[in-house]
Design a protein around this ligand. Structure first.
Ligand SMILES: Nc1ncnc2c1ncn2[C@@H]1O[C@H](COP(=O)(O)OP(=O)(O)OP(=O)(O)O)[C@@H](O)[C@H]1O
Length: 335
């Protein structure tokens, strides 16, 4: 059985009836999530500002730098925060204080909120029970879902012994165990190792292909575009652009993209990378242990870095896109 079939066949929740309300459409698909003029203030600080959007089935990437309002928007859409003004609906029904809707929603929050002394398995069972499943069903769903996210081997260990990547996978398992129609993931790739990252991306894609509505936030374009082509760009609490990745890519390609490289022989590796035409500049950290490489072809550069490191016997400790990439893009977009 494929993982995709497993996601669906593993679960036997009692599905809620679809809303009787007629729904609008986005790109030929029914609108699942909708907001109109939604704003939220934290005292004097604006979290999100006058956001109106329609999201349909499939994966939508919510992309923005730190502090853009991604978590605030996801919290409003998942019913954790009430908008100060405006309306937010799922399947045409208000989200706030609507327990019927909560059963159709799964959430991977940015912050961990575990009972650390519990095992991963008990944690998923416990939260699945809260969705109204019997103990037997919750156990079965927890086991099947933990298997799906690659946590079978470690599910009976205490959560306080887990790596960051394992924690992310348990968060994903609790979010999908009850087979929700809608899934919100807030920076799910943070701290994941390459295998966990691949697994998470694959699952997000599968859920989208199954017709679930998945909204995934990130501040790294490269991460988001591995999961979807549909992007909402958000900055300073506002949606700046809503559309296809290629249009957004075009804007980005006019700006050099920065990749931070951490390895055991930074000078040697920087010299190798500098020979490529797309590389615009290389800048070392003050201690010269890491360097930033600016490139006009991020895709090629991301592919090339691990390959060259392997070929030249360089130990690559990490490479990632620092926030200032997106900041540069957003500054450009709001000009
Ligand atoms: N509980 C809070 N109290 C006061 N201000 C807050 C609170 N939570 C968020 N903010 C502010 O609201 C704005 C949006 O924050 P939010 O966390 O939604 O952004 P984000 O895009 O998710 O960023 P990050 O990835 O850093 O979490 C920021 O200016 C942030 O400082």
């Amino acid at each position: 059985m494929s993982a995709a079939q497993a996601v669906d066949s593993a679960k036997t929740p009692k599905p809620s009836k679809p809303s009787a309300h007629p729904v609008a459409r986005v790109g030929g698909e029914p609108v699942v999530i909708s907001t109109r003029n939604v704003s939220l203030w934290y005292g004097q600080v604006i979290g999100v500002n006058d956001i109106s959007l329609d999201i349909g089935p499939g994966v939508t990437g919510l992309l923005g730098p730190n502090g853009a309002g991604k978590s605030t928007l996801l919290k409003i859409l998942s019913g954790q925060l009430r908008a100060s003004t405006g309306q937010a609906t799922i399947f045409g029904e208000p989200i706030w204080n609507n327990s019927k809707i909560f059963q159709r929603v799964g959430l991977v929050p940015e912050q961990d909120a575990f009972y650390e002394e519990m095992t991963g398995r008990d944690f998923v069972i416990y939260l699945t029970r809260l969705q109204g499943f019997s103990m037997g069903e919750a156990r079965r769903l927890a086991d099947e879902t933990l298997d799906l996210v690659g946590m079978s081997k470690n599910k009976n260990r205490r959560i306080d012994e887990y790596s960051k990547g394992m924690r992310q996978r348990v968060k994903l398992a609790q979010a999908i165990a009850h087979s929700p129609d809608i899934l919100f993931l807030d920076e799910p790739l943070t701290g994941t190792d390459p295998v966990g990252r691949h697994k998470m991306i694959e699952l997000v894609q599968l859920l989208g292909e199954q017709g679930k509505t998945v909204v995934v936030s990130s501040h790294v374009l490269h991460e988001v575009e591995q999961m979807t082509q549909d992007i909402l760009l958000i900055n300073k609490g506002r949606v700046l652009a809503d559309g296809n990745i290629y249009a957004i890519r075009e804007m980005i390609d006019k700006h050099p993209h920065t990749i931070r490289v951490d390895c055991d022989k930074p000078r040697q590796f920087a010299a190798i990378l500098a020979t490529y035409e797309d590389v615009v500049s290389i800048e070392f950290a003050p201690d010269a242990a890491r360097f930033n490489i600016a490139t006009r072809d991020p895709d090629a550069c991301y592919m090339r870095i691990p390959k060259l490191a392997r070929e030249h016997g360089i130990e690559l400790r990490g490479f990632m896109s620092p926030d200032n990439n997106l900041m540069a893009l957003f500054e450009y977009l709001v000009k």
